[in-house]
Ligand binder design. Structure first.
Ligand code: GLY
Length: 582
């Protein structure tokens, strides 16, 4: 029978009648995507979301809105990000159908040799690594805003930066997260006169509800609006930044500040089930770690068909393996060869999958580690889709709470403390408890490894933009975002989805209070897992559009009460035409 079939197939293939087959049967025409029914923005602060929608109403596109949201977050969330820091912007240009990854990560100043961060006993000087001028990299965010406006925006910076300038001048009410963060960083911030003055503008310690004004920051953003790149990296602001760093004992050169450039990188792409994922390449560790985790899982199991205990066990084992590789291999691809092809290959994932025991935890204790503190306030993310189908997923940061704690006098610019994301002393864990080695050692101009993971996912019906803050937990937050959409959740459910996290070292599953019930925890412990129940973390902001109906929805993390996801109806053509005429 088999032979008969094979023969008949061969005969059919050889038959002259097959000539008709030279014109292959037409594949059913793929339905064209409909345009989104307006615009959707989700961000960590309502004022930033509103600023983005204000700019879309003025005729801007998603990229103009991104400038408004990003700069407004710099003003209203100095605890998390700012123009003294950096970020990653994943863009989708609807016209060319291209994804672009804009790397605006800070760079290492020349002065930041590994020796500069050791104390007299040769130990990592934590104070230098986390506080003041030595902890700060050369900022990247202002260059990203200018690049976005020049290459992708439709409006001038004077328009897209106007909301942030206005809010910096008029002020906004302080909210508990800013006060709690200040209380944690007070000892450091009060060391620096400009930081102390800013935080004590009411003549006492700041309190919830105080109106927080930043006139110096307004002026600095105005200079960017008026002069673009040179408004920050050269002239008045640059001189003040250089003087501030030098006055506090650090060293930046005018040359390294004045030549900072954003980098365009190819997004990292992979498939998970029926989803196409575009995400952050190195110097983010997020994309490749997520690819590893999802390929380990996707190649072996359908999570939707596993019991709760199996899901947590398998995801934990995938996390453990991906975070181990993050520690060893990853760094700035312009300086080190990152074995992306191997780490991201299906074969490598299969090898890792084969080491997972279905009923037993794998111990992590190949290397020493130290407990990771719970970090949930640093860094911020926003997601945008506009009515043309342009998309932005952007994550930006000053690293830890209020970055370095140091405001450069006369600028309102709070400097980042991103240098701590380098392996300043290889083999010693950073503030997130994550270790690194030579691949992530500082070098002049090098970009420190990041966990920021702005991501797009797309299947036949849906497109979503996702991202989150949370230090090393960013990657698993976004992972749960993808899994949530795959489980059929809407954007708000995705943002609210309970989380757990394992990062190889320390060898424990951190679980949010309501993520795992007692029976699941008991079953996991029986398998050899340690479980640490923790207060909730993260601040995921996600938006989605249905390509068949145009419907939009947004999700803002309920763990952050000041965030906002907002859907608006399409802007009328008249407003757009006016914008083009500028
Ligand atoms: N500073 C946090 C990160 O980039 O991962």
């Amino acid at each position: 029978m088999k032979l008969h079939l094979a023969l008949s197939t061969a005969l059919v293939l050889a038959s002259p009648t097959i000539a008709f087959a030279k014109t292959p049967a037409k594949a059913p025409a793929k339905k064209a995507d409909v345009k989104p029914n307006g615009s959707v923005i989700a961000s960590g602060h309502a004022l930033a979301t509103d600023a983005g929608q204000e700019i879309i109403r003025k005729g801007g596109n998603a990229f103009d809105a991104a400038i408004a949201v990003s700069s407004t977050l710099s003003v209203v969330e100095p605890i998390s990000s700012g123009i003294g820091g950096g970020g990653f912007f994943l863009l989708h240009d609807a016209k060319t159908r291209k994804d672009i990854f804009l790397d605006a990560r800070e760079t290492s100043p020349e002065s930041a040799t590994p020796e500069a961060y050791l104390d007299k006993d040769g130990n990592l000087d934590r104070d230098r690594a986390e506080n003041g001028p030595w902890s700060a990299g050369i900022p990247g965010l202002p260059a990203a805003l200018v690049y976005l406006a020049e290459k992708y925006g439709r409006l001038p910076l004077s328009v897209s930066l106007a909301p942030s300038i206005r809010i910096a001048k008029e002020g906004f009410p302080l909210y508990p997260r800013m006060i709690n963060g200040y209380n944690e960083r007070k000892a450091v911030m009060d060391r620096y006169p400009a930081s102390k003055a800013l935080m004590h503008q009411s003549g006492r310690d700041p309190q919830v509800g105080d109106i927080f004004k930043q006139p110096d920051l307004a002026r600095t953003i105005e200079l960017i609006a008026a002069k673009g790149y040179d408004g920050f990296y050269k002239g008045e602001t640059a001189n003040k930044l250089l003087k501030a760093v030098s006055d506090e004992g650090g060293k930046w050169t005018p040359q390294e500040l004045g030549t900072y450039k954003v980098k365009l990188r190819e997004p990292l792409r992979f498939d998970y089930k029926n989803w196409k994922v575009a995400t952050a390449p190195p110097p983010s560790s997020g994309g490749i770690a997520m690819q590893q985790m999802l390929q380990i899982i996707g190649g072996g199991w359908d999570l939707n068909k596993q019991s709760k205990v199996e899901q947590v066990h398998l995801l934990t084992e995938a996390m453990r393996r991906a975070y181990r590789d993050r520690t060893i291999y990853l760094g700035d691809p312009d300086f080190v060869k990152v074995p992306l092809a191997r780490l991201g290959s299906k074969e490598y994932a299969a090898g890792l999958r084969a080491t997972i025991h279905p009923q037993k935890a794998t111990p992590s204790d190949l290397f020493i580690g130290q407990p990771a503190p719970l970090e949930d306030d640093e860094t911020t993310h926003f997601s945008i889709i506009d009515q043309e189908g342009n998309r932005v997923a952007a994550t930006q940061t000053v690293n830890l709470l209020y970055g370095s704690g140091m405001v450069a006098p006369g600028t309102g610019v709070l400097l980042n403390n991103e240098m701590d994301d380098f392996a300043l002393k290889p083999g010693t864990p950073n503030a997130f408890g994550v270790m690194g080695f030579e691949a992530n050692a500082p070098k002049p101009g090098k970009r420190m490894l990041s966990s920021m993971t702005p991501t797009f996912i797309e299947n036949d019906t849906d497109v979503a933009a996702i991202g989150a803050p949370g230090g090393s937990r960013i990657i698993t937050e976004v992972l749960f975002g993808i899994i949530g959409y795959d489980q059929g959740m809407n954007s708000q459910q995705v943002a609210a989805k309970p989380r757990f996290h394992h990062q190889w070292m320390p060898d424990t599953i951190y679980a949010e209070t309501d993520a795992l019930d007692p029976a699941t925890i008991a079953a996991l412990e029986k398998m050899g897992h340690k479980v640490t129940v923790s207060k909730p973390w993260g601040n995921l902001q996600t938006v989605r559009y249905n390509k068949r109906t145009g419907a939009l929805d947004g999700g803002t993390d309920p763990r952050n009460p000041v965030g906002k996801a907002d859907v608006q109806a399409p802007v009328k053509q008249a407003a757009k035409a006016k914008a083009k005429a500028r």
